[in-house]
Design a protein around this ligand. Structure first.
Ligand code: PLP
Length: 418
């Protein structure tokens, strides 16, 4: 369920006509629905209400301050992968003790920042990282709370670029290494072993891979308990998929049921790191048609947003539905929807059947709330687009469009060139 819908053939976000926002803000822009964000977060919460749990929203999927603030207000925690995301989370009011720090390459200064902030735990991915965290904690005379990220070697049956829980991936520790790593962690004076974590991939559209991973983690927890290592947090990561096109992913409640059934009567605190499933369908990218042209086999619709604004189609061959903001054309065409960037890989959609459109029309790339704005860049010296949030009949620009001055703000010319 989301709150982008047509009223008299015109697309609305909640109670605001999208064309109205475009008129005031210009194009392109990302548009988020407050009600959808809230509803998706609460659906995930509800799925686990029967067990001790914490939903740590994955900041990397959408790190706008307004979005983070909303989830913080709803009681959520945060999953971060960098010092920058820690800064964003703390600024948005996420309590430090609800923040988990994932990622294979945490720098020393980032570890120090997280220790000083008092985060909930580090999801540690290697022996060397464990040693680094122990050293940093010793210097600060603290005990670093940690989980080790295990690679449960299950196939999430998703795109190879976004699967992370297979042996061949760079993430986590293999089953065989992990028990040794726990022994090592347990022997570190400045480390407190708290949990086990895993994250098997993204855009997963079945519950089985999660259940498989959970079973393997339960076996591991039993082994650790036999060694006197007590686990109080079980972090199952993120990865639940959404409908971009025809996919039929399980609803969070189904996922919840399967996880809780597998868990049995264990009272560990469950931690989740959902990103896409919360924000993906709560956001769209609104863009304007600049030109159309006829190719030999198909048409081209050239729009004012590009791969620097939404890179998923170029990067993963990802599908985003392209919908007209005003629906007044019955005739359809087969077209590539492309941006102005000087790369053949610059497209939002390929060989897509869409309503015939013309210069000046507004189009929406749907399901763009996750890994949209956060992956944008200034390639081709294109200012980053605005982000807008709608609540009921009001909209707010939650990140203003960059200017040309912003593009060069951090640059300087050395004296010998002046
Ligand atoms: C990317 C990532 C997530 C979020 O993944 P989604 O598919 O957006 O839910 C959670 N945890 C970790 C460690 C990640 O790398």
């Amino acid at each position: 369920m989301h709150h982008f819908h047509y009223k008299n053939n015109e697309m609305y976000c909640e109670d605001v006509a999208i064309a109205e926002i475009a008129g005031q803000v210009g194009t392109p822009f990302y548009l988020y629905s407050h009600a959808t964000l809230r509803q998706h977060f609460l659906a995930f919460e509800k799925a686990f209400e029967k067990a001790p749990h914490l939903v740590c929203f994955s900041a990397k999927s959408n790190s706008n301050q307004a979005v983070l603030k909303l989830f913080a207000t709803l009681g959520g925690g945060l999953d971060i992968v960098s010092g920058g995301e820690l800064f964003r989370g703390l600024k948005a009011g996420v309590p430090a003790d609800k923040i988990v720090f994932s990622g294979v390459g945490k720098r020393e200064d980032e570890i120090k920042y997280a220790l000083e902030s008092g985060i909930l735990m580090f999801n540690v991915e290697s022996f060397e990282e464990l040693e680094q965290i122990d050293r940093c904690a010793a210097r600060l005379d603290k005990k670093a709370p940690i989980a080790l990220r295990v690679n449960p070697d299950v196939d999430p049956k998703t795109h190879p670029y976004i699967s992370t829980g297979l042996k061949k991936n760079k993430f986590g520790l293999d089953k065989d290494a992990v028990v040794e790593a726990y022994k090592a962690a347990n022997a570190c004076v400045h480390v407190e072993v708290k949990g086990v974590s895993c994250h098997i991939g993204s855009q997963i559209t079945q519950v089985e891979p999660f259940v498989d991973a959970l079973r393997r983690i339960q076996e591991l927890i039993a082994i650790l308990e036999g060694l006197g290592i007590c686990i109080s947090c079980l972090d199952l990561g993120g990865g639940l998929g959404i409908t971009y096109d025809q996919e039929l992913p399980p609803h969070p409640s189904e996922y919840g049921k399967a996880v809780l059934a597998t868990l049995g009567d264990s009272r560990v605190t469950l931690i989740f790191e959902p990103g896409r499933v919360i924000v993906g369908n709560a956001g769209i990218l609104v863009t304007k048609v600049l030109y159309t042209k006829k190719g030999e086999n198909k048409d081209f619709v050239i729009v004012d947003s590009a791969m620097n604004d939404l890179v998923r189609p170029s990067l993963y061959d990802a599908f985003h539905a392209i919908e007209p903001v005003v629906r007044n054309e019955k005739e359809t065409i087969k077209a590539d929807v492309v941006g102005p960037i000087c790369e053949s890989g610059d497209f939002l959609a390929k060989d897509r059947k869409i309503a015939r459109c013309q210069s000046g029309d507004l189009l929406a790339a749907m399901s763009a709330g996750a890994y949209g704005f956060v992956m944008s860049s200034n390639y081709n010296s294109r200012p980053r687009v605005a982000e807008v949030m709608v609540k009921k009949n009001q909209f707010h620009v939650v990140r203003k469009r960059e200017t040309y001055e912003d593009l060069i703000a951090g640059e300087s010319v050395p004296p010998y060139l002046r």
